[in-house]
Design a protein around this ligand. Structure first.
Ligand SMILES: N[C@@H](CCC(=O)N[C@@H](CS)C(=O)NCC(=O)O)C(=O)O
Length: 260
């Protein structure tokens, strides 16, 4: 039995956070899921599985209106909603299914807390761990803006683009500043702040792949200035994503968004 089970649409950069950390600190993480469009035909539960067509009716006791990132009806058990009150994926569970952990940065924390090794990925004391948390909290604020922005890419509007530009400028400035004084984001060693932020920034950089959609409404990718304005961040993303453990998940993102 795995230490932690994660149910999600796949592939998902939010899940990669936990998978990268799990490999670095020897934790067994089991991932269950399907392509984003297929998750509407799954029962969202600790024992998640595909439903037959008959079971997928709107009068099913599990039918719930999707909230963000999905359309139409999703099928979530009461137990799922007890474990995951916001009803989102990635959805992690303790090995017995009794404890639900949501928010990808918190799932990431759960993975490194589960490790029996002295890995330092979450700092070495309460102060360094709190500094890691500071960056992960700032990352969540950025990632939430990025989620709204990317979901609106087909039909971008001025207000959404402006909010994203402000969040990007604030967050990237902070990262650049941090990387000017230390080798890694939260200090001189690799931590889960690097892992979480690297996955979320690469997810945001997918806006570069949506440039023609953005252009059809008169917008250009906000991150076009990344390499020039944020050289330390750019170098950090490159260095991390070429490490083998990161590269298996982020290598393709690196090629597609930052180039060779
Ligand atoms: N900040 C969250 C985002 C999770 C999230 O918003 N997931 C969406 C899909 S992108 C979801 O599960 N939506 C379920 C629904 O629409 O009911 C994280 O990092 O885990």
């Amino acid at each position: 039995m795995a230490d932690i089970r994660i149910f999600s649409y796949l592939p998902n950069p939010r899940v990669w956070k936990s998978l990268i950390a799990a490999e670095l600190c020897n934790v067994d993480v089991e991932v269950i899921g399907d392509k984003p469009a297929a998750l509407g035909s799954w029962l969202w539960d600790f024992n998640a599985h595909q439903l037959s067509e008959d079971e997928r009716s709107d009068d099913s006791p599990y039918a719930r209106k999707s909230r963000r990132g999905f359309n139409g009806t999703l099928f979530k058990t009461d137990a799922f909603l007890e474990a995951h009150p916001f009803g989102t994926v990635p959805a992690a569970f303790s090995s017995d299914g009794n404890v639900g952990v949501f928010e990808s940065n918190s799932i990431l924390r759960a993975v490194v807390r589960t490790s029996a090794e002295d890995h330092g990925l979450y700092g070495y004391d309460h102060q360094s761990a709190s500094r890691v948390d500071s960056f992960l909290d700032a990352d969540l604020v950025f990632a939430r803006e990025a989620q709204v922005y990317l979901l609106a890419a087909d039909n971008m509007d001025q207000a959404t683009a402006e909010r994203m530009a402000a969040a990007y400028e604030f967050f990237l400035n902070g990262l650049e500043q941090a990387l000017t004084t230390s080798h890694y984001i939260a200090g001189d060693e690799l931590t889960i702040a690097d892992i979480g932020i690297c996955c979320d920034v690469f997810q945001f950089l997918r806006e570069r792949l949506l440039a023609s959609k953005l252009a059809s409404n008169g917008f250009t990718p906000i991150s076009d200035d990344l390499e020039v304005q944020y050289p330390q961040v750019t170098q950090h993303l490159r260095q991390l994503s070429t490490r083998p453990v990161f590269n298996q998940y982020l290598g393709r993102e690196l090629q597609r968004t930052l180039g060779p």
